[in-house]
Design a protein around this ligand. Structure first.
Ligand SMILES: NC(=O)c1ccc[n+]([C@@H]2O[C@H](COP(=O)([O-])OP(=O)(O)OC[C@H]3O[C@@H](n4cnc5c(N)ncnc54)[C@H](O)[C@@H]3O)[C@@H](O)[C@H]2O)c1
Length: 336
């Protein structure tokens, strides 16, 4: 597929995955529009080497995509929509704001897909989440890697997991209209540069990296026992999946993106400390929530349809993310 000149809307394009995707697509000559309300994304994520990757006056739309009119504005004239905007955050926010999160994501996903259909968009990509797998299947250590169909019968642990599953289902139904091709990737835990680091909204890897960088001003406390495990995906591998789903994964149902093994949160904490090059005592706080116990991806479908494979391991990925976070915190500290 020739991306050169393709009109591509990236919703949530100021976020972690979105901004890295924008960097790739701009490099391939695509004509990008970003729509984001900056709930968690940042305009500074759209900088590369200090310069904007897109024209921030004409190609960046600061819009709340929970509003239908905003979705219409964003979708007008687009060939391809890669819809990444949704409310995503760390475990505390997710479990403390279940109604807000489900309601908001349902509004965003429903309004976006209808606007794309009405605007005559050709290809529409949605991303689901491994949080949508049934809670009981993730409640034990070392479950067999999930296949795509294991998501049903559905019983996600969180409203976030439900909202992402409903987003996938919407795509399936919209495709049946025959008016628009839809593609769905189901990501495991994505991390990497351009991540959110704040104590309120960050996910586990950026949170632990921030604590390592800030130590000893901030205690290096790991939430939960550290025994819980996740299948981590470096953001470049997630971006590669998004490019490939547009090229050869449309109309194929949900495709999982993630490794077939998991890494414990204790190991993540140790890698964050190793990346700091300092001696930091790791303290576990079992009174804090830790979520599902364990999960990983059987990524046969991604290999067969997309030719995708994970390429960056956790130790290397954390090292790269640490370097980005350190530079970013330094930049922010110098601003204030
Ligand atoms: N990070 C992960 O581990 C992970 C795993 C599975 C799926 N996903 C999905 O991937 C997508 C991107 O996630 P991310 O990790 O880049 O998170 P992110 O928070 O960095 O990106 C989401 C973006 O959506 C924007 N947004 C939120 N509400 C909005 C609204 N009402 N209107 C417009 N923009 C809005 C945010 O400001 C943010 O920039 C999300 O759909 C998420 O559910 C992420």
């Amino acid at each position: 597929m020739d991306w050169n000149g393709a009109k591509v809307l990236v919703t949530g394009g100021a976020g972690q995955i979105g901004a890295n995707l924008v960097e790739r697509l701009v490099g391939m000559g695509a004509q990008i529009t970003v729509a984001d309300n900056l709930w968690r994304g940042k305009k500074s994520n759209l900088l590369k080497d200090g310069k904007p990757m897109i024209n921030m006056e004409t190609q960046f739309l600061e819009l709340d995509l929970a509003e239908r009119a905003a979705c219409d504005m964003a979708c007008a004239g687009q060939d391809i929509v890669i819809h990444l905007a949704d409310v995503v955050a760390g475990i505390n926010f997710v479990f403390g704001n279940q109604y807000f999160l489900f309601n908001k994501n349902a509004l965003i996903d429903n309004n976006m897909i209808q606007a794309a259909l009405d605007a005559g968009v050709e290809k529409y990509v949605f991303v689901g989440s491994a949080c949508s797998y049934p809670a009981d299947k993730q409640a034990v250590l070392n479950p067999p890697p999930f296949k795509e169909e294991d998501v049903y019968p559905a019983l996600p642990e969180s409203a976030y997991g439900w909202s992402k599953l409903m987003g996938e289902y919407l795509c399936e139904l919209a495709a049946q209209s025959g008016k628009m091709e839809t593609g769905v990737l189901r990501f495991h835990n994505v991390y990497g540069p351009r991540c959110e680091m704040s104590p309120e909204k960050s996910q586990v890897i950026p949170a632990l990296i921030r604590k390592a960088i800030r130590h000893p001003k901030e205690d290096f406390v790991v939430w939960g026992s550290g025994v819980q495990r996740r299948a981590f995906v470096y953001v470049d591998d997630a971006v590669e999946g998004l490019i490939r789903v547009v090229e050869r994964g449309m109309g194929k149902g949900a495709i999982q993106i993630g490794p077939d093994f998991s890494t414990s949160i204790r190991e993540v904490a140790e890698q964050a400390v190793a990346a700091s090059g300092r001696e930091i005592e790791i303290v576990f706080d079992p009174t804090k929530p830790e979520g599902d116990m364990d999960r990983a991806a059987d990524w046969t479908k991604a290999r067969e349809i997309l030719g995708w494979e994970p390429t960056v391991g956790v130790a290397e990925g954390i090292k790269r993310t640490y370097a980005w976070c350190e530079a970013e915190l330094h930049r922010l500290d110098n601003q204030t």
